[in-house]
Design a protein around this ligand. Structure first.
Ligand code: GDP
Ligand code: MG
Length: 171
């Protein structure tokens, strides 16, 4: 199969590991060691082609360690995660994207912006509209997810597919 590498980036505790584990292993982890970085692989069939998708769950803990060179280089796309209950994590997504652009020298990169913890609606600090506006500005998909309730967790493959119906997760 063809291969694709995707990095999942965002402020600490926005739910990156929870999203990746829910997507790859179909369960929710209540607590996952925050500094472990790991890579998961999924095989996806899209428009007749099989793709082996490597998903790197990053574990940077602050603005300086969130994006290191090995996260930014040789990636086919980025899943940028914030929590809808945290304004600072939303701001961090912008900082991370700027760093990726700086690092790669590109004017835009393939990314999906994910607002996780959609189940925490009473603690909401970022409206769905604000999330969508950012996506329009960057011309990328945006989606709200709940890793906890397994809602919209298929976000990762929006990166290289334009149709969910045509996409099949094989293993
Ligand atoms: P990471 O540092 O970005 O990898 O974040 P984790 O995946 O370790 O999650 C941080 C905390 O948020 C943990 O306590 C998770 O159980 C919790 N969490 C993750 N996703 C969700 C979600 O969708 N909803 C709620 N309510 N909590 C979540
Ligand atoms: Mg983590």
């Amino acid at each position: 199969p063809k291969s694709r590498r995707i990095a999942v980036l965002g402020a600490r505790a926005v739910g990156k590991s929870s999203l990746v584990i829910q997507f790859c292993e179909n369960h929710f982890v209540e607590s996952y060691y925050p500094t472990i970085e790991s890579t998961f692989t999924k095989t996806i069939r899209y428009k007749g082609y099989e793709y082996s998708v490597e998903i790197m769950d990053t574990a940077g803990q602050d603005e300086y360690s969130i994006l290191s060179s090995h996260h930014a280089s040789s990636m086919d796309g980025y899943v940028l995660v914030y929590s809808i209950s945290s304004r600072s994590s939303f701001d961090m997504v912008k900082i991370i994207r700027d760093k990726i652009l700086d690092f790669t020298g590109l004017e835009s990169v393939p990314c999906v912006v994910v607002g996780n913890k959609s189940d925490l609606s009473i603690q909401r600090q970022i409206s769905p509209e604000e999330g969508k506006e950012l996506g329009e500005q960057w011309q990328c998909s945006t989606i709200e997810t709940s890793a906890k309730h397994d809602e919209n967790v298929y976000c990762c493959w929006f990166l290289f597919t334009d149709s969910e119906e045509q996409t099949q997760v094989l293993k």
